[in-house]
Design a protein around this ligand. Structure first.
Ligand SMILES: Cc1cc2nc3c(=O)[nH]c(=O)nc-3n(C[C@H](O)[C@H](O)[C@H](O)COP(=O)(O)OP(=O)(O)OC[C@H]3O[C@@H](n4cnc5c(N)ncnc54)[C@H](O)[C@@H]3O)c2cc1C
Length: 435
């Protein structure tokens, strides 16, 4: 079996295949494993995450893998004391909740959230296409739904600020059905529960999960092996690498991000299935990490969590003195248009405004422009209105000997999606062999 891509999906699939006695080789384009989990070590040894970081209690496949690998879970920023900061156009506000101006505005938000909770239960996350109203719910953006239930402008704005904090696209460019499906997948009845989705992290650093699996797989992982063409046939499959080398195997496990898979030549796979794979798209976003000697945001009573309407969609403390931030797709172009030094200045100005003068002076800033990374071409899946039906029920399914996995094949991405689909795809391939 040839596994394409050494992200968490490809590695967890390969690990299970090898454990079951299958001959699996992982082909990875980069000179490192991990894909969208990537880690640096600061001079003093602190691990710094430039990609995926946090998980929640509902992320059972990921938590199980972390346990198997002997890694340690610790609470994430969700439990850090202090006030959250809202960096809004009219000024900076701090508190334990979004600064609605009136009780009526807050009551409207709560009313709309109750309506939302009622709808989440009507969607089967494994089969959203079977919803009697699937087409209408998919064509509608979250914003359109909010207007249809007479949400106040303050409710709509609050939800857009929250959506851009997660950096997977504005509520005006997100399918309502996709968002209901995502909430249904983890039993979330709020618009987004940070406790459910983000309360834990791997103490050794999330990239360590990939490193440990790669260490187990040893020379079965081939780095700098960029796949350019895949030929699938029951009699045998062939993979062409950028170097011109051809590698053969009985079956293929495609664990590539969808933006990349759409650009690799794939032959011998049913046209509808390929179209489904290629129609999925990513949010094009960036992560910024600022490193300080201490947690400077505490100087102003802040917990390091912010949601903002300027350049940064959100910030959160990664660990002592390390602040993560996301730049959502709507603002990514602005970041790209700046020179590298102007990018640093823009981030310094913003952090200074949000957290006070000491936050203006990090000892280092890392800009990780995932949206233009050639081996990722984005951040996580973004479901535009209409995309759930365009991608259709072939989403995340296999056509043996062509198997598909990757975080994009689960509701909206995430570390959980990578591990869950990777292990499920390995199990499907092993089942097909046994049968
Ligand atoms: C900035 C950022 C923050 C995030 N934060 C979180 C978070 O806090 N919590 C969470 O749950 N999720 C988070 N995510 C999402 C999560 O990191 C990803 O969904 C997950 O790591 C993806 O794993 P994957 O294996 O599906 O894909 P990837 O990690 O993208 O792996 C795909 C692999 O394929 C390789 N590849 C690409 N092209 C080729 C080719 N042509 N030939 C061979 N190999 C190729 C890539 O180099 C890569 O190694 C975040 C993602 C980003 C970018």
């Amino acid at each position: 079996m040839l596994v394409l891509g050494a992200g968490l999906a490809g590695l967890s699939a390969a690990r299970d295949l090898v454990a079951a006695g299958t001959d699996a080789v992982v082909l990875e384009a980069r000179g490192r494993v991990g894909g969208r989990v990537e880690q640096l070590r600061f001079d003093d040894g602190r691990p710094v995450q430039l990609g995926g970081e946090v998980v929640g209690e509902v992320h059972t496949a990921y938590l199980q893998l972390v346990d198997e690998l002997g890694l340690t879970l610790e609470p994430s920023y969700v439990l850090v004391p202090g006030d959250t900061t809202y960096d809004l156009f009219e000024g900076v506000a701090r508190g334990d909740d979004y600064p609605f101006r009136t009780g009526a505005e807050r009551a409207d938000y709560e009313r709309v959230e109750r309506l939302w909770a009622g709808l989440v239960g009507t969607v089967d996350p494994d089969d959203p296409w079977s919803h009697p109203d699937a087409s209408r719910l998919d064509r509608a953006s979250i914003g359109a739904w909010l207007r249809s239930v007479d949400a106040l402008p303050s409710t709509i704005r609050r939800l857009d600020v929250a959506a851009l904090a997660l950096a997977d696209g504005s509520i005006e460019r997100t399918s309502f059905l996709a968002e209901l499906r995502k909430a249904a997948a983890v039993g979330d009845r709020t618009f987004y529960s940070y406790e459910l989705w983000e309360s834990m992290q791997v103490a050794e650093g999330s990239a360590e999960v990939a490193e440990r699996m790669a260490a187990e797989l040893g020379d079965r992982v081939r780095l700098e092996a960029e796949v350019t063409r895949v030929d699938v046939a029951a009699a045998g499959c062939r993979v062409r690498l950028a170097s011109g080398e051809e590698v053969r195997a009985e079956a293929i496990m495609c664990a590539l991000p969808v933006g990349v898979a759409a650009r690799v030549e794939i032959n011998g796979v049913d046209a509808d299935r390929l179209l489904s794979l290629r129609r999925q798209r990513h949010a094009v976003a960036a992560k910024v990490v600022a490193i300080y000697g201490r947690s400077v945001w505490e100087d102003v009573g802040a917990n390091g969590l912010s949601e903002g309407e300027h350049l940064l969609g959100s910030t959160w403390p990664q660990r002592d003195g390390v602040l993560s931030a996301l730049v959502p797709p709507e603002r990514f172009g602005y970041l790209l248009a700046l020179t590298e030094s102007d990018r640093d200045d823009a981030v310094r100005d913003e952090l200074g405004r949000i957290y006070g003068p000491a936050a203006r002076e990090p000892s280092a800033i890392h800009h990780r422009l995932w949206g233009i990374d050639p081996y990722t071409r984005g951040y996580v899946t973004q479901w535009w209105p209409g995309d759930v039906l365009r991608v259709g029920p072939l989403h995340g399914t296999h056509a043996p000997p062509f198997y598909v996995c990757g975080s994009d094949q689960w509701v909206a991405g995430y570390l959980e999606g990578a591990v869950r689909t990777g292990r499920a795809a390995a199990s499907a391939a092993l089942g097909a062999r046994a049968g």
